[in-house]
Design a binder for this molecule. Structure first.
Ligand SMILES: *Cc1c(COP(=O)(O)O)cnc(C)c1O
Ligand code: SF4
Length: 362
């Protein structure tokens, strides 16, 4: 992969459009009599619907042997969009993307200190899905849906409740934000907030915009990485023209997750004035080496994305096989500091329940 050779940004004054990419692999539903017409990628909604939802199918598509225990981790079902599947090497059980999404029997092994709510979210959660842990910032759990199920997810056991009516789904959260002038930033999280439709997001953001003391909105999402066509023109236009400063925090753990379509989606954000940060989780067998993190961080900064946080794994039940000793993480960060520009080195942090911010390590 040659991340440095991205095309020059176009200098358009309106919302810039990403170039079509990878169109050929999506087949060509518009072809008539074998004649190629304009090929189309599935919409992001179609991509979510056609995602792989069984471990058996995932194994079969990647030419891997069937699972020993096909019921492993049934309570957090397999979910892998085809867009991400394409970036996984077949025949390779150690592929770093595969490790993040393939359920294994290891998830069922009890491990001391690995619990249901490792970061104390439930204590900080108010009615309406608002999490207030840090000064000035309120985090809204917009919904419980994701585009991919990451086996290490610290919210894999989160008791999402989706209240019925769309109209007043967020009414209580909005009221609480409006009542507290100390909140100047609202984080949208989930699940994944970008699994909401553009129109529902627009309604939500307009509600937040109407609260004068809120200055910034931050969208925590993995969708631009796993289904990059989620970054629609309509979405970018809405965010870029908002009164609120809008920041993105995407979630990418290894360089293999970044392909041309992802770069194009990220560029659409940055070229329209939306800063993009990345957070990663330090994961055994995925990115627990200086080489893996160097490649990731360089690919990100070359795409104008700043490596923001590297999280020490939250000790959620079922994820113990992903744990990297903290001292190993510290050693990697030390080497990154020596090799990379300062802005390319993420902050290595862990989440300590009750602490007033993410807790820096070393
Ligand atoms: C991580 C987190 C934030 C954001 O923290 P930053 O350090 O500003 O990125 C805000 N609220 C909650 C509940 C969080 O877990
Ligand atoms: S996308 Fe984020 S919230 Fe969803 S499963 Fe993955 S880590 Fe968890």
């Amino acid at each position: 992969m040659s991340h440095s050779q991205r095309p020059q940004p176009s200098r358009s004054h309106s919302v810039s459009h990403r170039p079509s990419s990878n169109a050929a692999i999506w087949g060509n539903p518009g072809a008539v009599n074998g004649q190629a017409t304009v090929s189309t990628k599935p919409s992001w909604q179609q991509a979510m619907q056609s995602a792989i939802r069984s471990q058996a199918e995932l194994r079969q598509r990647l030419n891997l042997p069937p699972a020993v225990d096909a019921h492993a981790a049934e309570d957090f079902p397999t979910l892998v969009p085809l867009e991400l599947l394409e970036r996984i090497r077949a025949d390779d059980p150690s592929d770093p993307i595969l490790r993040q999404v393939l359920a294994t029997e290891q998830e069922l092994e009890p491990a001391e200190g690995f619990v249901s709510d490792p970061v104390g979210d439930l204590q900080a959660l108010s009615a309406g899905g608002l999490l207030r842990k840090y000064q000035g910032r309120a985090l809204l759990i917009t919904n419980g849906t994701c585009a991919v199920h990451c086996r290490y997810c610290f919210r894999r056991e989160f008791p999402y409740t989706e209240t019925a009516g769309v109209r007043d789904r967020y009414a209580s959260a909005i009221e609480q934000i409006a009542a507290d002038p100390s909140i100047d930033e609202v984080l949208l999280s989930g699940g994944d907030p970008l699994t909401l439709s553009d129109s529902l997001l627009a309604q939500l953001i307009h509600c937040i915009e109407s609260i004068q003391h809120v200055k910034r909105i931050r969208i925590h999402t993995r969708l631009p990485i796993v289904i990059p066509q989620r970054v629609t023109d309509q979405l970018v236009e809405m965010l870029a023209t908002s009164r609120l400063a809008c920041w993105f925090v995407v979630h990418c753990n290894c360089v293999q997750e970044l392909d041309q379509a992802v770069f194009a989606a990220l560029r659409q954000l940055t070229e329209n004035g939306i800063p993009v940060l990345n957070q990663a989780v330090l994961l055994a067998g995925v990115n627990d080496s200086t080489e893996a993190l160097t490649e990731l961080c360089l690919a990100l900064v070359n795409a104008n994305v700043q490596p923001y946080y590297l999280h020490q794994l939250d000790q959620v039940r079922g994820a113990s096989h992903f744990l990297v000793p903290q001292s190993h993480g510290e050693a990697i960060i030390e080497e990154l500091r020596r090799k990379l520009p300062g802005y390319a080195v993420p902050k290595f942090v862990k989440e300590v329940p009750g602490a007033p911010s993410k807790t820096p390590i070393a």
